[in-house]
Design a protein around this ligand. Structure first.
Ligand code: AMP
Ligand code: GLY
Length: 419
């Protein structure tokens, strides 16, 4: 089979390494991939948002199956365009990807179908939003409606900060049209859990739970990033919580999307907060999380390509999806300065026999050079979380590039949650 994976980060590298385990995967292309992915797939210089070029490439190269991994092409309708020329895909169609593409849509969906989430109001008028903030409880959370490279959420600790956030989104348009509507919502507290799931719209299978570490610095300080590391499984997500989430959140969401005529097939990601009043949805994503994928897929025991094809064909109920009874930790190594300004172009030295998922790197004259904020993720698995964390940090020591930065406390909060 000729397989095409759209995207070019650590998540895509993890997906490709796993797909490669299936002997049916004769040829794997990554569009655009990156210098590190080039060791596992043929990288093609076509951007993930260039749907016309993706379709042309698929036709010209007899692609049998496509995996659309990032949010942008999904929200833009890459799956619809590929389905139109007869190519089966893993990933939701445009009318279902809206579950991530519009926070107003997802909040209204949860309200309509009684799915637990933070209380909220939607505003299209800036003055009305500012007036609401005069009396809203503080802290309060301000979210841009559309995709904003993961930066469209502001946790405001004061009224002024909340008003500045609204003005920057609605007046200064720092996120472009994504900020023309804003959601202002109740601030929730509790441990966060990411649960990725496979669903074909009829069956939903949750994957092993995980925990992201979004802030740049140790002890959850510093700016929000795309994710500085992950662990799995998440010890706060007990069997009891899992059963409650399945019943009150996961299945109701799948059914709600069907009832809206927006059947979701692909990876549906639940960003949850375990509040004192029970689990609530913080966000939905229409795709695999990054860097959650880098800990979840190494624990997957069932063949990934088989699962993905069954999702695309609507036969997920026929597959037994199993995970190893082990733990995983991924430490992201970034360029110092990320998520703001950083230097790159430094040579990366790393072992070739480890689970290292490359995110921001390019090949130049046979050398792998840093070329992004998050450069790579180092994943190790072990029988216990403590061992997985220790092993990951050991392997981190075998990786080197100038200007490298990583958090030293990935998994610390999770270890505190082990009873
Ligand atoms: P997002 O960019 O949507 O992943 O949100 C970034 C982070 O903001 C989440 O991981 C949470 O830590 C936090 N967050 C979002 N919504 C809320 C909320 N209603 N209450 C508290 N924290 C929140
Ligand atoms: N790690 C969070 C996300 O992929 O959105």
């Amino acid at each position: 089979m000729n397989i095409m994976v759209i995207g070019g980060g650590g998540r895509e590298h993890a997906i490709i390494k796993k797909i490669k385990e299936n002997p049916k995967a004769d040829k794997i292309y990554a569009l655009p991939g990156n210098g590190g992915i080039a060791a596992d797939a043929e990288c093609v210089n076509i951007g993930a948002k260039d749907i016309d070029a993706i379709v042309e490439f698929a036709k010209a190269n007899s692609i049998d199956f496509a995996v659309v991994a990032p949010d942008d092409p999904l929200v833009l309708g890459a799956v619809d365009a590929l389905n139109e020329i007869g190519i089966k895909c893993f990933g939701p169609r445009k009318n279902a990807a809206i579950i991530e593409g519009s926070k107003v849509f997802s909040k209204n969906l949860m309200k309509k179908y009684g799915i637990p989430t933070a209380e909220y109001e939607v505003f299209t008028d800036m003055e009305a939003a500012l007036k609401y903030l005069d009396t809203a409880s503080i802290p309060v959370v301000v979210k841009a409606d559309g995709l904003a490279l993961g930066k469209g959420v502001i946790i405001a600790m004061t009224r002024d900060e909340a008003k500045d956030a609204v003005k920057s989104m609605m007046e200064d348009k720092v996120f472009g049209e994504s900020g023309s509507q804003v959601v202002i919502e109740e601030f929730l507290t509790g441990p966060e859990v990411s649960v990725l799931s496979f669903t074909d719209g009829k069956t939903l299978v949750p994957m092993v739970s995980s925990m992201d570490h979004k802030r740049a610095k140790d002890n959850d300080e510093g700016l929000n990033t795309g994710g500085m590391g992950t662990i799995a499984p998440n010890p706060y997500y007990t069997d009891e919580v899992a059963a409650k989430c399945m019943e009150e959140i996961f299945i109701p969401t799948m059914n709600a999307m069907n009832a809206e005529g927006r059947t979701f097939a692909g990876c549906l990601y639940f960003g949850l907060m375990l509040t004192p009043k029970g689990p609530k949805v913080i966000e939905y994503n229409c795709r695999f999380g990054d860097p959650e994928t880098q800990v979840v897929l190494p624990l997957l025991d069932t063949d990934l390509l088989d699962i993905m094809m069954s999702v695309a064909e609507g036969t997920l109920s026929q597959i037994q999806v199993r995970f190893k009874d082990e733990c995983a930790c991924c430490v992201v190594m970034a360029s110092d300065g990320y998520p703001q300004k950083y230097d790159s172009g430094f040579e990366i030295k790393m072992p070739s026999d480890k689970n290292i998922y490359v995110a921001g790197a390019k090949l130049s004259e046979g050398k792998l050079l840093t070329a992004g904020g998050r450069v790579l993720g180092v994943t190790e698995t072990a029988p216990t979380l403590k061992e997985a964390i220790a092993k990951s940090y050991e392997t981190v020591k075998q990786v080197s590039f100038d200007n490298a930065y990583y958090r030293n406390d990935i998994g610390k909060r999770a270890l505190e949650g082990i009873k």
